[in-house]
Design a protein around this ligand. Structure first.
Ligand code: NDP
Length: 327
């Protein structure tokens, strides 16, 4: 395969994207050459693809997730025919990524696909599923168990949110899903949510640092005033795992929930998560944390040609579940 098709970003003003035929020699020379089967679209891809922000240089093949089969490797940890997953690090921002038929990825960034997941399933999960699983594992490491009461998932109809709802429900948690999409209540219940509430109920407009407690734990891919509200309503000793900024950046609180209720604000980062933990999280995703509804409810499939409209949709919060890209 000397040439391949790729979705390419040119960071001009305005940003230009096109589907191009590239030669293999346009990729880096070192690492693992992968024939990509599937990629996926995450919120970060929306930012890169729509505005060029976060793209460290251009022309760049974006796409922060990819899964496929090894064609050749300069590193002995991988050989031709291995099925692998590569997400995070600088993939799709500072290194050519997954919206392409081929990628060459540094071996230190590549994970052997665990048994128990197909390549397609691994991309339905992708960075969003990885982040959901990491969030749940961190909450449990900090003491969360199903007997403690309701766990809130904010931004519930999105990628991190939908997968978190399903994984938590399968693990025996009572899940309250917070969403801005009235039309997705049945979808969220089908994933396992016991209660669905409107996201407006989860916004702190008054700047109160403590309120009546509601949650034994919370998954927070939203940020901003939603994080503020969650912190003010966590039960004694409970934790919130914050991963995102879909609803804003700034969080204003004070020390009272921390010193009076012993709560924990956990930061979740998928990008620089160490490889030893990364491998463990993928093992969980292929076994005890594997969602039950991966195909039916959680995903839709698109082609490279449909990426620009998908970027706009994800930034406007219109996307439900996960979108995978077939190569
Ligand atoms: P999605 O777009 O799939 O989901 C985001 C969801 O947030 C939306 O579906 C919507 O859910 C909700 N939302 C959107 N806009 C607003 C708003 N203005 N106010 C409140 N809620 C809003 O994105 P992902 O699931 O891929 O990512 C979610 C966030 O997590 C992003 O900010 C992303 O950058 C971040 N992230 C961080 C990672 C890390 O390593 N820290 C890794 C992966 C993602 P609803 O309509 O149901 O309310």
């Amino acid at each position: 395969m000397k040439t391949f098709k790729a979705f390419v970003l040119h960071n001009t003003d305005p940003v230009k994207t096109s589907i191009e035929e590239w030669g293999v020699d346009q990729l880096s020379t070192d690492g693992v050459l992968i024939k990509i089967a599937y990629s996926s679209v995450n919120y970060k891809d929306g930012i890169v693809g729509h505005s060029g922000m976060l793209a460290e240089w251009t022309p760049l093949i974006p796409g922060i997730d990819l899964a496929g089969t090894v064609l050749e490797s300069t590193d002995s940890r991988f050989k031709e025919g291995d099925e692998v997953i590569a997400t995070s690090y600088q993939i799709g921002t500072g290194h050519h990524g997954g919206f392409s038929e081929l990628a060459r990825i540094p071996a230190d960034w590549v994970v052997q696909k665990p048994d128990g997941l197909s390549l397609r399933e691994s991309m339905i999960l992708g960075t969003a599923g990885f982040t959901a699983a990491l969030s749940i594992l961190q909450l449990e490491k900090n003491g969360l168990t199903p007997e403690q009461g309701p766990v809130l998932v904010a931004g519930a109809s999105g990628g991190v949110g939908s997968l978190s709802v399903n994984m938590l429900a399968n693990r025996g948690y009572e899940v309250t899903a917070g969403t801005g999409k009235e039309q997705e209540h049945d979808y969220l219940k089908s994933l396992g949510a016991t209660n669905v509430i409107h996201r407006d109920e989860l916004i702190d407009e008054e700047g109160k640092s403590t309120r009546s407690t509601r949650w034994a734990g919370a998954i927070d891919p939203v940020g901003g005033k939603t994080t503020q509200y969650i912190i003010s309503t966590l039960s004694y000793g409970a934790s919130v795992a914050t991963s995102g900024l879909a609803g804003g950046l700034d969080v204003s609180t004070d020390v009272r929930p921390f010193i009076g209720r012993g709560i924990n604000w956990l930061g979740i980062d998928s990008v620089r998560c160490p490889m030893s933990i990364r491998q463990q999280v993928w093992e969980h995703l292929a076994s005890d944390l594997k969602p039950t509804s991966l195909e039916a409810e959680l995903s839709q499939e698109i082609t490279l040609e449909q990426l620009p409209t998908t970027f706009a949709d994800i930034l406007e919060g219109k996307v439900k579940g996960r979108i995978i890209v077939k190569l």
